[in-house]
Ligand binder design. Structure first.
Ligand code: G6P
Length: 755
């Protein structure tokens, strides 16, 4: 890792001891990040877990700890309120009603702001800042405002809900923009990732691809990165003689039952502890003699107790335990052993070692690490994992017995099947799962997430194609601050040196280069400054205007006589006398007209009822569909255009700024046109082509002249551009052309009309 890694989470990795000191709080995230933070000289920013606690920054276990204080009121409104009574139930499929209160939201915003400020205050350039979980969803965008060049990762540990549920959140847009401040957003499952993309598509201006979004001129990468555990650590603990002794001790304490089922959860209504108790009860009703043979140990660690739903769940569980033990227990047998409290990791592993059947039955769960911890703690290849299909872990742990926790009969039957599973089958299933958690442990997870943050992968191929139109505009650019090709004005001496004593032919794109991009493509004009500059230059050197517009259209808009013109991406060319030249075979012929008629009818039919901002423009040699005024229709437009092209094999599809272009497959592009014109204008003099353009379609020209010419990209720096220079802003185009005109005049010895 080249920079420091700074972790930002609601809680610090340490907690207060009774004596007021600090101890490490065990957990997967802590074990994964601690060595990385230590080695990179990083820091952890989080809450101490105690309201009104204001510790100064300190170092624990080699890691700088920056506590963000929460007042008692914020503990109530931010933590118990917005985090755990609004977001937590909502994100877990709304299995409890989410309560929304503006004062809770205000507290959430203000605590998120405090976290962002705490991060910004100790930010160093080069830091990789990694923000965690649903408590801090606004931090990425808030931090970006304070530190625009920060590299920010975000990981959501809990599920991202389906869009219909997420839509209920009154502050859904704010939450999404908060997250979109990150460079990389990680999710536990493909399902969560898909839900997030659907929400972003519906509620933000982002253009959404499969693995990235384009928003506000930036890329945001998204990834599915299931979190894991310190597998080797659990395997080692489970093999410890003292842990195995402790397991035997516990077995004796509970009367040496023939079979032990285990549940180990935070006491949360999402975990389905009640469901599993009900299923056990059902099983005991069906097979009463099992009460003599089996025991369920339920470990429940206290959590968020001031919240009514948690309190109610605890009461319900304890009542169920009493009921089952009352009706199925006897003097010497107790079917359910209930352990309420926080167990040290070692003690927990002793329970894993002991358990024949591990019951993990949440109604909804981001991942569920207990399932993975159990797998790692079973070196003897015996044991069955009963796993809810609604836990993120179900996507990975194929060897588990998958259950639907809403199906009580099914769950009881699965418990019975688990108790009866043959040793051979147990071993085969466990081995497959152990291989998985060994290969994908928490260290691999952290490396995967931080790797994406450190080395952003710009969307390519399929993904880049997904992100066409406004996204090309927004997304084909490098993150701000990253170097691109040199500025053409700053490097003007270098350009002068290339051009010295050699003729030059200047090619100029129209929209976005000579003329500002406007909402209505029909409203584009050539402003006076650019007009003057082009006129001055054209008195000295050959100038061609190269456009995707129809030839007559661009000629009319520019209106400067004596220039070469290229229309329709090269499908029609005119010389300075206005005569149409070039070998643009087929254009205007009946067959092309028929083809475009058919395509137009087909496309109009497919886009019937689309947003009125979607405009189909018929050109002489192509059909263009614009969606600048209806960016949300991107997907619909793309699918329609693709379908039309698929139905007419002579057609090709290309994408430009907020548009798709359908044109005959053998059509020229700007690159072909530039090479053809160059041959025509300077058949033997070896003129240097100089091309200014801003769009993806101009890249064909940049590539065509890369070996012998000068390409100048206008606007922000496109990823993978073939241009050798850039002009950061369009208004510098006129300055650049004026300097070129002066240079040409000097080289000419100043005679006004000699070219
Ligand atoms: C879940 C959340 C974590 C949270 C943990 C404990 O796993 O994803 O962010 O820290 O529960 O909850 P608590 O409210 O005690 O922090």
């Amino acid at each position: 890792m080249s920079g420091r890694v700074v972790a930002v989470a609601n809680r610090l990795p340490v907690r207060r001891t009774a004596a007021g000191g600090w101890e490490i709080s065990p957990g997967g995230l802590v074990s994964a990040l601690a060595p990385i933070l230590r080695d990179s000289g990083g820091a952890w920013i989080g809450w101490s877990g105690v309201p009104d606690d204001h510790p100064e920054p300190f170092v624990h276990d080699g890691i700088a700890q920056h506590a963000v204080p929460l007042s008692a009121a914020e503990y109530a409104d931010y933590y118990l309120g917005f985090c755990n009574s609004s977001l937590w139930p909502l994100y877990h499929d709304a299995i409890r009603e989410a309560e929304f209160r503006p004062d809770w939201w205000e507290a959430y915003r203000s605590v998120n702001r405090r976290f962002a400020q705490a991060v910004a205050a100790q930010h160093d350039p080069g830091d990789l800042t990694w923000v965690h979980d649903y408590q801090l969803q606004l931090v990425p965008a808030l931090l970006r405002r304070l530190q625009p060049n920060a590299r920010i990762g975000y990981f959501l540990h809990i599920p991202f809900p389906p869009v219909e549920i997420f839509a209920r959140l009154p502050w859904r847009r704010q939450i999404l923009s908060g997250l979109l401040g990150a460079d990389v957003i990680g999710f536990q499952t493909e399902r969560s990732l898909g839900n997030f993309l659907a929400a972003a598509e519906r509620f933000t201006d982002a253009v959404v691809g499969r693995r990235a979004l384009a928003v506000g001129g930036r890329w945001v990468q998204v990834q599915c990165a299931p979190i894991s555990i310190d597998t080797a650590g659990y395997e080692a603990l489970a093999a410890q003689p003292r842990v195995r002794r402790r397991a035997a001790e516990i077995r004796a304490e509970i009367g040496r039952p023939a079979r032990i089922l285990l549940g180990a959860d935070r006491l949360d209504y999402t975990k389905g502890i009640d469901v599993r108790l009900l299923a056990l009860e059902r099983l005991l009703e069906q097979q009463p003699r099992l009460a003599e043979e089996i025991v369920l140990i339920q470990i429940a660690s206290p959590s968020r107790e001031p919240i009514g739903d948690y309190e109610a769940m605890r009461a319900r569980i304890e009542q169920l335990v009493g009921r089952i033990n009352g009706s199925h227990g006897a003097a010497h047998t107790v079917p359910v052993h209930y352990v309420y409290g926080n167990l040290p990791t070692e003690e927990l592993v002793a329970y894993f070692v002991l358990a024949d059947v591990m019951c993990v039955t949440p109604l909804a769960d981001g991942m569920n690490l207990v399932a993975k911890e159990y797998v790692a703690s079973r070196p003897a290849d015996e044991g069955v994992l009963l796993l809810s299909e609604f836990a993120g872990a179900a996507a990975e742990l194929e060897g588990a017995l998958l259950v639907n926790p809403y199906d009580l009969e099914g769950l009881a039957a699965a418990m019975a099947a688990a108790l009866e599973m043959s040793p051979g089958e147990q071993a085969a299933r466990l081995r497959a799962m152990r291989t998985r958690v060994r290969l994908h442990d928490v260290h691999a997870w952290a490396a995967h997430c931080l790797g994406a943050l450190e080395h952003p992968e710009m969307p390519q191929g399929e993904v880049a194609e997904e992100l066409t139109g406004p996204a090309v505009e927004a997304a084909r650019y490098r993150p701000s601050g990253e170097p691109g090709p040199p500025d053409a004005l700053e490097a003007f001496d270098e350009i002068t040196a290339t051009l010295r004593y050699r003729p030059v032919v200047v090619f100029l794109d129209f929209d976005g280069t000579l003329s500002p991009i406007v909402e209505d493509p029909d409203a584009a004009v050539l402003p006076a400054r650019e007009r003057k500059a082009v006129e001055a230059l054209a008195r000295r050197v050959p100038v061609a205007v190269v456009s995707g517009r129809d030839l007559e259209d661009v000629q009319r808009r520019v209106g400067i006589p004596g220039l070469w013109y290229v229309g329709g991406h090269g499908n029609a060319l005119a010389d300075p006398a206005g005569a149409v030249v070039g070998d643009t075979a087929g254009i205007g012929t009946d067959s092309v007209t028929d083809l475009l008629d058919t395509a137009e009818a087909d496309l109009r039919r497919r886009l019937q009822g689309a947003d009125s901002g979607v405009v189909i423009e018929r050109k002489r040699a192509s059909l263009t569909v614009h969606y600048r005024r209806a960016p949300h229709s991107l997907r619909r437009v793309r699918e329609a255009a693709e379908a039309t092209v698929a139905s007419l094999p002579e057609l090709r599809l290309s994408a430009g700024r907020a548009l798709f272009e359908l044109h005959p497959g053998d059509a020229w592009d700007k690159g072909t046109a530039v090479r053809w014109l160059l041959g025509r204008i300077s058949p033997d003099r070896g003129a240097v082509p100089l091309y200014l353009g801003d769009d993806t379609t101009d890249e064909t020209a940049f590539r065509a002249i890369a070996a012998d010419g000068i390409g100048v990209l206008v606007g922000r720096v496109a990823v993978g551009t073939a241009a050798g220079y850039r002009l950061g802003e369009r208004r510098h185009v006129a300055d650049f052309l004026n300097r070129l005109a002066k240079l040409a005049a000097r080289e000419d010895g100043g005679s006004p009309d000699d070219r």
